[in-house]
Each structure stands twice: as C-alpha cells, then as structure tokens.
Design a protein around this ligand. Structure first.
Ligand SMILES: Nc1ncnc2c1ncn2[C@@H]1O[C@H](COP(=O)(O)OP(=O)(O)OP(=O)(O)O)[C@@H](O)[C@H]1O
Length: 520
C-alpha cells in the first residue's frame, strides 16, 4: 500500500454489487443482493450459516459468476471471469483455509503465486519490506511447517499486500487466531483502511465487528435484510438482524456433582509419524460423567495428535494408557471405541469428518456404520440412514437445499452443525470434539454448546478441544491448556480466568513457574 492516499474527493463507491442473484439448483444463495463498499471502510458482511456470504464474495473475487446482476468498480460495470480479473483491479482475498506448501519457505510459497520470472530473492526482499512497514513479523526464509496459524495467515496478508490491493476480502480471519494475534490483525486492518484500502470482512464474532467495522450489510437466506453502523448496535441487536429473532443464551451448568471417571488418560506420549507433526509428552487427565473438560490451546500445539490418540485414529502402544469406562482402549481403533459408546468429531470437516461428494445419509454411515443399526449382514438400510440424517438436520437446524444433499453443497457452518449433530445423536457416554463451533454462527454455536452441557448433565464425559476461550469459559467445568504437546494441570473452571488460561496456552506451566500462573 506504499504511496497510496485516501481519496475522498468523489463520491463514487469503490465497489458496488447491484441485484446479484446466484442459484445452485433450487437454492437461491444470493437473491438480488445490493452492496456498496466505499474507499477506506471496513465493511462487515454478516449473516447466519448459509446466508450467502461466501457465495457473494466468491462472485466479487471472480470465482463464481452470478446468474443475474452487475458488479461495478469505481462506477463502471465489470465482468469478473476469474480471480486474475479481480486481482488486476486491485481486489485481494485472504481465505479461511490457507493453500500453502508446508515444506517450502515463506518466500517460495509467495513466489509460486506470482508470474514465472519473479525471483524468490526479490520476493524475500519485498516480504521483509512489507513486514517491517506493517509490523507483521514474518521471516521469508522460514519453512511454513515451522509457523503458527497466525504466521501462516500473515503470509496470505503479505501476499495480498504485495499486489497493492484497493480492496481486501477476508473470510473469518480471526477464527484461527489467538486473542493477541487478532489484536495485531485489527491494528493492521485499521491502518490499511486509514490509507484508503477497503476491507470486506466476514465474521461470526460480533464483538470484533463492533470494534473495527464502520458499516455492515446483513444477509438472511440470500437477501440483504439490513445495513447499519455496527458501532451503534449491540452484539445482540446484530444477531437479531441476522437471525430475525433473539438468540437463546447458553444456560451454564451451575454447581453439580460428577459421576465416576468415564475417560482416563495416563502417561500418553507419542512420536508423530509425520515429521512436521507435534510429539505428545506424558499427558494425563481424567474426565468424569457429568463433566465438560475444555482443552485450550493455540492450533498446532498437539491438538490434532491428541484428538487422533483419544479417538483411536492412531492407536497408542500401551493399552492401559487410555481407558473408557475403566476398560483399557489404547490399542483399540476408532470403531471399537465407538462400539463402547464413545463419539468423536474432528476439526477438519471435509476429508476427515465428511466426504464432500457423499450425501448426508451416506455421511451418517461413515461414522455410524457399526453403531447406528443401519448396516446389517453387509446390507445398507438406505432409508434408515436417511431418517437419521433428517433427525440430525432437524435437531441442529442444518440448512439444506434439498432432502438429502451432498455434504459439499452445505455452507461451512451448516456442515459443521451436521458433523457435530451426527456424533451427539446417540447420546454418547464419552465424546471428544475438536473446535466444535468453528465457523458456526452465533445462534447455532449456542445450540451446539447447550447440547454439550445437556449431554454432560445426562452423565456423559465431554472433552472439548478449542481455540476459542470464550467457548471454553462458557461450557467447561474443568480447564487445561495444551502447548508444545504438553498438557497443563487441569483446573476447576472457577479457578481459571482469561489471563491464566493465556499463560498456560503460552506454555507457562504451574509446575515450572507456579508463581507466574498462580499470581495471574
Ligand atoms: N457449490 C454449491 N452447490 C450447491 N449449493 C451451494 C453451493 N455453494 C453454496 N451453496 C448453498 O448456498 C447457500 C449459501 O451458502 P454460502 O456458503 O454462501 O453461505 P455462508 O453465508 O457463507 O455460510 P457460512 O457462514 O456457513 O460459511 C447455502 O444454502 C449453501 O448450501
């Protein structure tokens, strides 16, 4: 953004969408949507899961073409056939999922996206210059596998800034960041806006929208239902615009007694098969019936490996390392653990939790083929599977375009609701979930969190691995943090606060620096 100034001289908007309509089969994802983005504003795009936000920004970035409507750039109608057309105008996009090569350096990754004759050396120089100018620490020579999620996002932002953008589209950029990293991102965005760059900002976190956005467009079921200044609204009033009704608060569990231990882990250590993975070191904890254990941590600190070990995706060597209802399960695979009444919902929705090209009923079979009674003697009861899928869709208000659609046609948040709902349906005795409300809108997140609290109240042991500290404080009875593959001590939630959790997430363990944590 070097050398650009804010141009308030004329009133023509930077970007305008007029009457945009996009249909997928019978679903109208965008229905005559109007949007005006002015120079230098941070403009929030709000809406429930499936409201049509991603579809709209994909149209503005040239990934999708609308069925009807126009896009205007500085007052002139344009046609965006591919992202290259959008980039040529100065539109950049930072995606939710980063497409980076782990084994390459930061500079090599960025070079790949540039014209063939660009030298990695020159890119490295530019990365250094931009990172110094914007206070976005990033070493161009580091390999991506060594970087935190926040640093990976910085690569995408720097990549975007190298193209001198006039508009940056960001799809839920803080979902993967720690509170400190998010603060840093906000500083950068406010600075960019001050320089005249516009930001179109999708987020389900309404407090941060109120904090940094000066205008908002709200979509509901594909239509624009409101435009407002979020600074003048409350999180509740913004949520009401999105949903069209008040959102129920999560009712905290309150004081309650726990039952016997249902999940125990003793001295779990692993060596990752993947050289870029994290080793787990001597992890021990117990979860009793009626208890929700929240495991906080910044992504990449062993959460994935812990989930794989707890679920049996990667069995451990000593059977007694892990027990479900007192029975050793260390060497049991995921299906054997499921037969014992356990359920697991991984973070990665497409690929691990669901297959995009499979219908929802077929996705029910993926995790439930041994436990749901819909496969017997090698025959699949397709109607039974469809009934189960419908039950999940109704209970968790999964918004779908038809009776039994493919998983890949659902919006990100709706697929997450389906994956979590599928696991909760059987009222499992032990359930382990990773990032259960990632990308899920405020209303649906409240439904999922309440369902977890209610499940524990019925006697289940619940483990929630989450980066979202607000979520952990909302639902957990006990809290621990994972950092560099080590788990902190487990604390009762009422002895924990944000600062203490933050220290534990940063690897300050009570055993090493008792005072530091206890004094927090
Ligand atoms: N490729 C596709 N095929 C069929 N339907 C689709 C496709 N992409 C999106 N849809 C449908 O269009 C609607 C809008 O989806 P979109 O992804 O734009 O929502 P969103 O507001 O971004 O949701 P989220 O907050 O969950 O990401 C949804 O009903 C979704 O199921």
């Amino acid at each position: 953004m070097t050398g650009t100034t804010k141009n308030g001289a004329h009133d023509v908007p930077l970007l305008e969408a007029r009457g945009i309509t996009k249909q997928f089969g019978t679903v109208t994802a965008n229905d005559t949507v109007d949007l005006v983005v002015r120079e230098g504003e941070i403009h929030a795009l709000l809406g429930e899961n499936g409201a049509g936000k991603s579809t709209l920004v994909k149209i503005l970035y040239g990934i999708l073409e609308p069925n009807a409507g126009n896009v205007l750039w500085r007052g002139e109608a344009i046609r965006l056939r591919a992202p290259a057309d959008a980039q040529a105008l100065g539109i950049g996009m930072v995606f939710q999922h980063f497409s980076l090569f782990e084994a390459l350096t930061v500079a090599e990754n960025i070079t790949l996206a540039l014209p063939r004759d660009t030298s990695t050396r020159e890119v490295a120089r530019k990365v250094r210059a931009i990172s110094a100018e914007y206070g976005l620490p990033l070493d161009p020579d580091r390999h991506v596998y060594r970087l935190s999620v926040g640093e990976r996002q910085r690569i995408e932002i720097v990549r975007c800034l190298m193209q001198n953008p006039r508009l940056i589209i960001m799809d839920e950029p803080t979902a993967v960041l720690t509170p400190q990293e998010a603060d840093k991102l906000f500083e950068t965005l406010i600075r960019l806006a001050g320089e005249g760059c516009s930001i179109l900002y999708i987020s389900h976190r309404l407090e941060e929208v109120k904090r940094i956005c000066s205008t908002a467009t709200v979509l509901r079921r594909g239509k624009v239902v409101a435009a407002c200044d979020p600074r003048k609204e409350t999180a509740a009033s913004l949520a009401r615009m999105m949903v069209g009704a008040d959102i129920d608060d999560v009712k905290p569990p309150g004081e309650h007694a726990f039952g016997p231990v249902r999940l125990s882990v003793a001295g779990l250590s692993t060596t990752p098969e993947d050289p870029l993975g994290t080793a787990l070191h001597d992890i021990s904890f117990e979860v009793r019936g009626g208890e929700v254990l929240g495991i906080a941590g910044v992504a990449g600190n062993g959460q994935e490996e812990l989930f794989e070990a707890l679920s049996g995706i990667v069995p451990v060597r000593r059977p007694e390392t892990m027990a479900i209802d007192g029975k050793p399960v260390g060497r049991a695979g995921i299906n054997a653990r499921r037969r014992m009444g356990a359920a697991f919902a991984p973070e990665e929705r497409i690929g691990e939790a669901a297959v995009a090209r499979f219908k929802l009923s077929e996705n029910i079979l993926l995790s439930g083929h041994e436990t749901e009674g819909v496969v017997s003697g090698g025959f699949i009861n397709a109607r039974g599977a469809r009934t189960l899928a419908t039950e999940v869709i109704e209970r968790f208000d999964v918004r779908v375009g038809g009776p039994d659609p493919e998983a890949g046609s659902l919006s990100g948040g709706n697929l997450q609701k389906f994956v979590v709902g599928r696991e909760m349906r059987r009222a499992p005795g032990v359930v382990v979930l990773s990032q259960p409300t990632w990308g899920v809108d405020a209303g649906a997140a409240a439904v999922i969190r309440q369902a977890l609290i209610d499940l524990a109240a019925q006697g289940s042991a619940v483990v929630v691995i989450s980066q979202d500290l607000d979520e952990i404080f909302q639902i957990a009875d006990s809290i621990a943090a994972i950092s560099h593959g080590r788990l902190s001590a487990v604390y009762p939630a009422n002895e924990m606060d944000m600062e203490k959790a933050g220290l534990l997430m940063g690897g300050v363990h009570a055993s090493e620096t008792g005072e530091a944590v206890d004094a927090a």
